[in-house]
Design a protein around this ligand. Structure first.
Ligand SMILES: [Zn+2]
Length: 196
């Protein structure tokens, strides 16, 4: 008898846990117009919890901004497009700066408690990974700074090799791109031939 009761109560708590959100959300939608915004907030919260944005990986970071809507009449790289990319580049850079600080702290910690640890080898490996991460972050940050400088000089968004427009879509996928996709591809093939 006792076990049966337990089972039932645990079942109940489960169903209680699972259902109120759904029914509450549904009720709100049905009753009030304000509900959708509340729902959105809840959704956003859970989304940021699930997808951890890693600024060292731009693809992951790219989820955090809204793509630019191009109107038919606007000129390529007009002020508002430039602003759009300044925002992207700056917030990416800030995220990387924060990340860099964290990495720096880890490196310092590791440096101070290196000795007489039994798992020294794995510690060293960790340390090397942190150094590499710092290096990668630094390179990205300096690329971003170059892109911001290019915007200032009205050079941003044009291929440095052939001068063609790189395009909003490609820049949103790769805000530090300095070449159009064709020149980039040619260069990559050349590189492979040289080093591969
Ligand atoms: Zn080109």
């Amino acid at each position: 008898m006792a076990t049966a009761k337990k089972k039932i109560t645990s079942k109940n708590t489960k169903s209680i846990k699972a259902s109120p959100k759904k029914t509450a959300a549904k009720k709100k939608v049905a009753v009030k117009k304000k509900a959708p915004s509340k729902k959105n907030v809840a959704k956003k919260k859970s989304a940021t919890k699930k997808t951890i944005i890693n600024p060292s990986d731009y693809d992951s970071f790219a989820k955090s901004f809204v793509p630019y809507k191009i109107s038919k009449t606007e000129k390529y790289m007009n002020k508002s497009q430039q602003k759009h990319f300044i925002n992207i580049l700056n917030s990416w850079k800030n995220a990387l700066d924060n990340e860099q600080e964290k990495t720096e702290k880890l490196i310092q910690q590791d440096q101070s408690n290196f000795p007489d640890s039994l798992d020294r080898a794995s510690k060293e490996e960790e340390f090397m990974l942190e150094l590499r991460k710092r290096e990668r972050e630094r390179k990205l940050i300096s690329k971003i700074e170059l892109s911001l400088k290019d915007i200032e000089d009205d050079l941003y968004g044009y291929c440095e090799t052939c001068g063609v427009e790189i395009g909003i879509k490609r820049l949103e996928a790769r805000p530090t791109a300095t070449q159009c996709i064709d020149c980039k591809t040619v260069d990559e093939i050349k590189e492979k031939q040289q080093f591969g």
